[in-house]
Design a protein around this ligand. Structure first.
Ligand SMILES: [Zn+2]
Length: 215
């Protein structure tokens, strides 16, 4: 599937583009497409006033872009909560359906869904669900690679990205899990986490997209 402009806006938002510049390289990695198609789409988004772009630094959402992305992400995440809490989906299975549903959700359906779910504040991946008309600003957090050995952490949010979520499911790592960092292998090797129940090694790449709170 070719990512459309909404996919770009949402990804830029997820990568922190509400408050800072996001590099083209990160966008290419997040959408798994060529650098050329990313550049092309970014020029379009600049023309439409949805992002600002500065060479070598990357893109940041404008006020308008942030509004658009927030409205979409709100619908997307409400559906994720519905699918997980009421239809027994696992957190790595909800993305595709939420993606389709967000585009066919009227404002009335959105409000009724929100009320039915009792106004959830977070999606199953720990992402913020903004109120109607409000912009998303995710809490600024460091990732798993930013802390030294012996730090106690709680997993607070992960990127809503299928490959990462499948990986975390295979390791049985979940949101709100608490661990101590017990080893950080050299040369961007795996990071080992431990708690009273278990020990698990997480690849460096995955660790860069796992946002944690220090306990
Ligand atoms: Zn989510």
């Amino acid at each position: 599937m070719t990512p459309n402009r909404e996919d770009y806006l949402k990804l830029i938002l997820e990568l922190g583009g509400d408050v800072e510049k996001v590099s083209n390289k990160k966008i290419v990695a997040g959408l798994a497409i060529s650098g050329a198609s990313v550049s092309e789409m970014i020029s379009k988004l600049v023309k439409e006033g949805l992002v600002d772009h500065s060479p070598y630094q990357g893109v940041q959402l404008t006020e308008l872009g942030l509004q658009k992305a927030s409205a979409l992400v709100r619908k997307h995440r409400l559906w994720e909560v519905f699918l997980v809490d009421h239809l027994s989906f696992s957190w790595n299975e909800v993305h595709d359906d939420a993606e389709v549903l967000e585009h066919v959700t009227s404002e009335m359906l959105e409000e009724k869904l929100d009320s039915y779910l009792k106004y959830p504040k977070l999606c199953p991946h720990g992402g913020m669900i903004p109120k109607h008309g409000e912009a998303i600003h995710e809490k600024k957090r460091a990732t798993l690679i930013d802390y030294p050995i012996n730090t106690e952490i709680e997993i607070a949010r992960v990127l809503d990205e299928k490959e990462l979520l499948d990986y975390l499911v295979s390791l049985n790592v979940k949101i709100h899990d608490r661990y101590t960092i017990t080893n950080i292998a050299a040369y961007e090797g795996p990071i080992t986490l431990k708690n009273q129940d278990r020990e698990v090694a997480i690849s460096y790449k995955a660790a860069t997209t796992i946002f944690v709170d220090q306990l």
